[in-house]
Design a protein around this ligand. Structure first.
Ligand SMILES: [Fe+2]
Ligand SMILES: [Fe+2]
Length: 156
């Protein structure tokens, strides 16, 4: 799978989570908490790995450097909103409003990546490199998710 296919897949997963989170008004608070926990982890890991394997390549080329820095800045804003949302009561109107802001920001960001950045990246990365980066993203994701699991101590 190329990096473009892999990133698109993760974007679609995030889109589905946003739909569930903004559509499940009648579901209990527990479901909202669980969905948000998933969104927070998915987006944070997506942003960090996208920067490490994809944008690290694009900043090295004059044609894609500006686009890459813009995207990294948008990741910072989205990650900040995730932190704010995490510390607020999930049942409040203020939380719903902030979630809406995050959804708009992230959906616009993903659309721009898919419709503009991927095209520009195809101009500076070969097909083989796109495959190689896609594989690196998959391999690193496994390691990152495993590393973020809470530790279980053996009985002493
Ligand atoms: Fe991104
Ligand atoms: Fe992305």
């Amino acid at each position: 799978m190329t990096i473009y296919e892999r990133l698109k897949q993760e974007h679609d997963e995030a889109r589905a989570l946003f739909e569930k989170l903004t559509g499940e008004r009648d579901a209990g608070g527990e479901s909202r908490e669980a969905l948000f926990e998933q969104l927070k982890l998915d987006l944070w890991v997506h942003h960090k790995l996208e920067e490490a394997v994809f944008y690290s390549q694009l900043v090295a080329h004059r044609e894609t450097k500006g686009e890459a820095f813009e995207a990294i800045n948008e990741h910072h804003i989205a990650n900040g909103l995730l932190e704010e949302l995490d510390s607020m009561p999930k049942s409040s109107t203020a939380w719903q409003a902030k979630l809406g802001t995050l959804k708009e920001l992230v959906e616009h960001h993903m659309e721009e990546e898919e419709e503009e950045t991927f095209e520009e990246a195809r101009g500076v990365l070969s097909d083989a490199q796109a495959e190689e980066i896609g594989k690196a993203m998959q391999d690193r994701k496994k390691v990152v998710l495993a590393a973020l699991q809470p530790i279980e101590l053996k009985a002493s």
